[in-house]
Ligand binder design. Sequence first.
Ligand code: NAP
Ligand code: HSE
Length: 428
Amino acid sequence: MKPIKVGLLGLGTVGTGVVRIVEGHQTDLQSQVGSPIVIEKVLVQNISKVRAVSINPAKLTEDAWEVIHNPEIDVIVEVMGGIETTKRYILEALARGKHVVTANKDLMALHGPEILAAAHENGCDVLYEASVAGGIPIIRTLIEGFSSDRITKIMGIVNGTTNYILTKMSKEGAAYGDVLKEAQELGYAEADPTSDVEGLDAARKMTILATLGFRANVALEDVDVKGISAITREDILYAKRLGYEVKLLGIAERQDDYISVSVQPTMVKLSHPIAAVNGVYNAVYVYGEAVGETMFYGPGAGELPTATSVVADLVAVVKNLKLGVNGKQELIAYKEKKLKTDEQIASKYFMLLHVADRAGVLARITQAFAEHEVSLESVLQQPNPSNPEAEIIIITHDANKAAAKRVLKSLEAMDVVKTIKSVYRVEG
Ligand code: NAP
Ligand code: HSE
């Protein structure tokens, strides 16, 4: 029963959780893999920092090569974050035949194909379950659980910070800026919260999910991204009155061989299960041609939930080691990527317009939709006591994105349309 030796890169939030789980669950882990799992060496930035978990100081180092070049170490667990330096460390570890487990969505979204190809060449595993939706085992589910099906849609709340903000705005009427500050204080947001609120963090996660779900290498540039910073309390109020919640959704869709991926604030009908996902929780809804609707729900971040996924990957690597099958998996992205054009992307839209309150205005507006062949599901006009203009709320039937853009251009050009206050995709 030779111990399996692990080199840990990073001892922050997730690294601390990894140490706690490896030590706290050692007996169970050993029973599953047949060997003790030992954290042999730990890379940190500042060796003098007080640590949240007790660790033999002799194991800590500020020299990455002491971990990566250590011949005793079988598996590198990367939970330090960052992109370029981290990529160099991982490629070097793979070149030396070490398996890698990482929680790094930034790295996998940007350099996943190169890293997975290097792993394949070197007969090594690279597993990255914690990189998307922290504690939800969605990556293994897409690779293995859905291997017999053909996925047509993946829809996810994959950023806890923005879901926390939107939930507080919806349930408590809180203002965007105040809740963002709260989310930062609670440690949900990234060091720079711009990547959370502007949708980049979710876009990186959707890049990974779409690649796995559609078996084609989706790149970050393929994702159409819009964040939540422009959402107002008024939008949320209207959504609620009409029976919707506003959620930042990652949406990846496939029709025949053509795919689209986006991250955008979306009005989700209250009857859809994803509308009920609140706070920092994440959820991923997956539609398979054969299975139909499925949904996976859980904590998207945090020390122990994220570390659970990291250590599960570690267990998988060690099981593969015992079976001698590391690096033997076929590359998942075997299909050619074909992106949909705007003419091929269909959805319902919500539009809130402030318009002149006089005869014939509604007719001119609905005419613009008719001209561009966008059919309307509902139109609601009402006066606003604090606004001399009338408000028109329109929900369309499924319309292609190009036609919706043409309608908006026509509306912008009309003198009777004072402001296009908001435009949202509608789901459910
Ligand atoms: P963190 O708390 O900031 O910890 C980072 C750790 O890495 C620290 O121990 C730091 O050392 C060390 N480190 C950073 N850069 C280094 C460098 N250049 N050289 C040596 N050591 C370095 O980060 P985290 O929240 O644990 O996140 C780690 C990774 O997990 C990231 O990729 C993140 O996106 C991913 N992730 C995090 C969560 C979450 O809930 N936090 C969820 C899912 C995925 P010092 O301690 O000495 O500063
Ligand atoms: N900032 C991220 C979030 C952390 O809010 O979901 C987990 O990736």
